[in-house]
Design a protein around this ligand. Structure first.
Ligand code: ATR
Length: 275
């Protein structure tokens, strides 16, 4: 580590925060590019009731960039000076950049999803089922629609699926109609089902996954979810949640430093810590 008094600080703020892989991922990228004298990345536990003060602290301490995760992505918006129009539309900020005391909020989650998908397919005109209608689904629906995908939202609570579908002008259905998912090209899981410690659960019955499909799980812990296991068994192509984490981080890295991120270095770090 080459930290000096000129080093700019970046942080991840979250509650809980100990499991964040941001410090390892960004730290390895700074070191690889030889800019670890310019940037240092650490983690801060911020409780919901302390969020406003934490944001004032970003300004007061001249912290360069902040990654925002659960549960602060929406509430943080009202404390910032500017919001990027895309983050405004998604209704969530996962990245704050401090330019001379002006705090601007961005969302890179949707780019994490789209970039990971576009490594192996085009999204335009593809039939896509988004499972879930919460925060992760909002970023997914925005990104996939933006790339010209034909999106249908499937959610346990159909009312929430309808509200999201109305807002983003796409289709919706209840999970009771999950057999329709057999007909789509891409399945994106934006529910929390399968997340550690409930690793035996999947948001979708294995019977509804076919060998022609791409199945992308936003859940990255465990690395191999039941959904992805079932998809592999049925011959589908899978994309791990870790890829979304990687590519949203790649975009953050550019916003913080202005440099192109060393993607492979960041991927290797994430893989090393994947569970
Ligand atoms: P996030 O911000 O991570 O997306 P969220 O806003 O709480 O979290 O949304 C969680 C999503 O997972 C919701 O779509 C939720 O479905 P409901 O709208 O019906 O609550 C979905 N979800 C969570 N647990 C689920 C379960 N056991 N089965 C099906 N869907 C589930």
């Amino acid at each position: 580590m080459k930290t000096t008094a000129r080093t700019k600080l970046c942080l991840v703020i979250s509650d809980p925060v100990e499991h964040s892989l941001g410090p390892q991922m960004h730290g390895a990228a700074f070191a690889h590019l030889g800019i670890d004298d310019q940037y240092h990345y650490a983690a801060a536990l911020v409780k919901p009731e302390d969020l406003q003060q934490a944001v004032e602290g970003i300004r007061a301490l001249n912290i360069r960039g902040v990654s925002v995760t659960v549960p602060h992505k929406t509430t943080v918006m009202k404390f910032l000076d500017e919001i990027d129009p895309t983050a405004e539309k998604i209704g969530a900020v996962n990245t704050i950049v401090n330019d001379n005391g002006i705090l601007k909020g961005y969302n890179t989650d949707w780019l994490g999803i789209v970039t990971a998908l576009e490594k192996i397919t085009t999204v335009t005109n593809k039939k896509i089922a988004v499972l879930g209608a919460g925060g992760a689904a909002r970023a997914a629906v925005f990104g996939l629609k933006e790339q010209g995908g034909d999106v249908t939202i499937f959610n346990r609570t159909p009312k929430k699926a309808k509200e999201l579908a109305d807002e983003f002008d796409c289709g919706f259905a209840s999970m009771d109609n999950a057999e329709q998912i057999k007909l789509v090209d891409i399945i994106f899981n934006a529910t929390s089902v399968g997340l550690h410690p409930n690793t035996g659960e999947s948001p979708l019955a294995a019977d509804y996954i076919t060998g022609n499909q791409i199945v992308f799980d936003a859940v990255y812990s465990p690395y191999e979810t039941k959904l992805l296991n079932d998809a592999k068994k049925n011959g589908a192509t899978v994309i791990h949640g870790l890829d979304m984490l990687l590519y949203q981080g790649v975009e953050q890295f550019k916003l913080y430093t202005g440099y192109n991120a060393p993607v492979d270095v960041m991927r290797n770090v994430l893989m090393k810590h994947a569970q």
